[in-house]
Design a protein around this ligand. Structure first.
Ligand SMILES: Nc1ncnc2c1ncn2[C@@H]1O[C@H](COP(=O)(O)OP(=O)(O)O)[C@@H](O)[C@H]1O
Ligand SMILES: [Mg+2]
Length: 585
């Protein structure tokens, strides 16, 4: 494909540009529009005879009919190698702070910068020797990247071949343009291994032995999630919720506390200011587990709503490809996409420009399959060397008016393993996280005892039923027993499900503390028959208990203060249970 293939623009329709050419065109290949000194990146999204219909990743203002288009023959790809961690990229993998220095904060059209600087050197340690047989994804060595061993791997597209090591570089510092190993395939053809490789973003990286069913819980340290609606390592989940209900805050907390190695944040901003804020605050946050900057184990891909739609689409794919890359190193990676509705809207906009037959709410008919194939890139895998890695994907959805009956939410619910639905009612009541426990579900297993979990679910439903009933018939018509069930549910919500993001202890609860508290709540509060003869007494008792629990939640785990608070709570509880136990004894 060395011959230059060009075309001429015959139509411009927003970010969709059509070019006519005498050459063959490849579906999804990248093309550049030559507009004076500017070269605008585009992707061929449909081929019709001698016409290439392209989505342009930049504003097309001033682009004219007759201007030249150069086809590259390459699929939209990302650079994979050491130096990704800690970076903030746009959807086309341009480093943002880097560009900001060059062009001011807002990106200049057609300004592309290499994602990983060629000239940076990395301290390489070889892991193979001459004569070793390798395949795509095999580790030839490693370099230190932040706190990780970043493995240098045989290009993934060589997946099936037997590759013999002809030579390998001795330990030392090399840049990304220097080959660190030479390989020879069965046909005698040589292949060089560099510390950096390119990979097309729309194709999953599959240089692993097998994909497994996700079964290990991913600990987010958010009690409501881990205990009642867990996510598994390598699993998928979604967070639909109305505007302002707390989706972004929830994802930020998760990016900080989730027990994974690496977090990839794909921020397709709802508002322009939101992403700028992420860019400013993220680098200043410390990793609560390592004490080092959180950004050291994070990659941020961001787009604001003011960027062209095609760039938004690309960012989702760029993010998941980087996540898969680190999974190949045997790491647990969490990809957080906020908000996938923006991505779906980009699809809708391009589909409209292509004049495709619209589906529900004008989304394209392939919306469902695109969403499915995105989430399918999650998974826990056994790598060829026997180690294991995972990509977990969590995406927020922002349906208009918070109505979950819309196509993006519905398509996502069909494919994900857990659903954390935020409700306006909860967020208005400032019950954070505003995940509605009556609406949400998870197909994964929690680390909390199953029997205890299902009891808690039943209690919450019962409590809600009584509350709804009281709305109709009033408190007077409710029995004391029902009223106590109502109070138990409310108590469980306030003292366990809700978490105060402004309290440094309460904002993140480790798994063993969750197990301990949940068991306590189950056997000593929820299941316990309490001697509360009147509603006033019951109300007063649970108010007191709630205050005590609130205090307990702020006391660090396994400290004398923790034990002291527990003792006090047990005394209060035992007082109310005392009589009953005497009778039944
Ligand atoms: N866990 C939380 N604790 C305290 N306040 C929260 C929490 N979640 C959300 N909020 C409040 O709600 C506001 C909107 O949240 P945000 O995550 O931006 O909503 P969304 O992304 O759903 O539009 C936040 O600015 C904050 O004031
Ligand atoms: Mg948001």
């Amino acid at each position: 494909m060395t011959e230059k293939r060009t075309g001429r623009i015959v139509r411009v329709n927003g970010n969709m540009v059509v070019a006519e050419t005498g050459s063959t065109i490849i579906q999804n290949e990248v093309a550049y529009i030559a507009h004076g000194a500017e070269h605008l990146k585009a992707e061929v999204i449909r081929v019709r005879g001698n016409r290439a219909e392209m989505q342009v990743f930049e504003s097309t203002t001033g682009i004219n009919i007759g201007e030249e288009v150069d086809f590259t023959g390459e699929l939209l790809s990302v650079e994979l190698g050491p130096g990704l961690l800690g970076q903030i990229f746009d959807g086309l993998q341009n480093p943002l702070p880097h560009l900001a220095e060059k062009y001011g904060f807002f990106l200049k059209r057609g300004a592309y910068t290499e994602a990983l600087p060629d000239e940076t050197t990395w301290d390489f340690t070889p892991l193979v020797k001459k004569g070793d047989i390798l395949r795509g994804g095999s580790r030839v060595g490693f370099v230190p990247e932040k706190i990780f061993k970043h493995y240098i791997m045989v290009p993934f597209q060589l997946a099936a071949s037997d590759l013999e090591v002809v030579s390998v570089a001795p330990g030392g510092r090399y840049d990304l343009k220097t080959a660190v190993a030479e390989l020879k395939d069965r046909n005698g053809k040589s292949h060089s291994v560099y510390m950096q490789q390119l990979w097309p973003v729309k194709i999953p990286i599959k240089a692993y032995a097998e994909k497994l069913m996700p079964s290990t819980p991913l600990v987010t340290r958010m009690r409501l999630i881990d205990s009642l609606f867990p996510v598994a390592l390598g699993g998928t989940y979604c967070i639909p919720g109305p505007f302002g209900a707390g989706k972004t805050v929830l994802q930020q907390l998760t990016s900080r506390y989730a027990e994974v190695d690496i977090v990839i944040v794909a921020a397709c901003g709802e508002r322009a200011g939101e992403v700028v804020e992420t860019l400013k605050t993220f680098p200043t946050i410390n990793d609560p587990r390592t004490g080092r900057p959180l950004i050291d184990r994070t990659v941020i891909i961001c787009n604001t709503s003011s960027m062209p739609v095609a760039a938004r689409e690309a960012s989702v794919y760029t993010a998941v490809t980087i996540a898969e890359y680190y999974r190949q190193m045997g790491l647990n990676v969490l990809l957080l996409a906020d908000s996938t509705s923006r991505w779906a809207q980009a699809m809708r906009e391009m589909s409209g420009r292509l004049e495709e037959i619209p589906g529900e709410e004008a989304f394209p008919a392939y919306l469902e399959s695109r969403i499915a194939s995105f989430y399918e890139r999650a998974g826990v895998v056994n790598l060829n060397d026997g180690t294991r890695g995972s990509v977990t994907i969590g995406g927020t959805i922002s349906p208009a008016g918070g109505n979950f009956e819309e196509p993006v939410t519905q398509a996502t619910l069909k494919v994900v393993g857990a659903f954390h639905g935020l409700s306006r009612e909860r967020s208005d009541a400032r019950r954070y996280p505003a995940i509605d426990p009556l609406l949400s579900w998870s197909k994964y297993k929690s680390f909390i005892d199953e029997k205890e979990v299902s009891y808690a679910h039943r209690m919450l439903r019962k409590s809600n039923d009584v509350m709804q009933m009281m709305k109709v018939i009033g408190e007077e018509g409710t029995s004391v027993a029902d009223y106590i069930d109502y109070l138990k549910g409310e108590f469980f919500d306030f003292s366990y499900l809700q978490q105060n993001a402004f309290d440094e202890v309460d904002e993140a609860t480790p798994a063993d503390r969750q197990k301990y508290i949940f068991s306590f709540l189950y056997s000593d509060v929820l299941k316990r028959e309490l001697d509360l003869p009147s509603k006033e007494e019951a109300l007063h008792f649970f108010q007191k208990l709630r205050q005590l629990f609130k205090g307990w939640n702020s006391v660090p785990w396994k400290t004398p203060g923790f034990e002291k608070a527990e003792k006090e709570i047990r005394l209060v509880l035992d007082e109310k249970a005392h009589k009953k136990e005497e009778i039944s004894a």
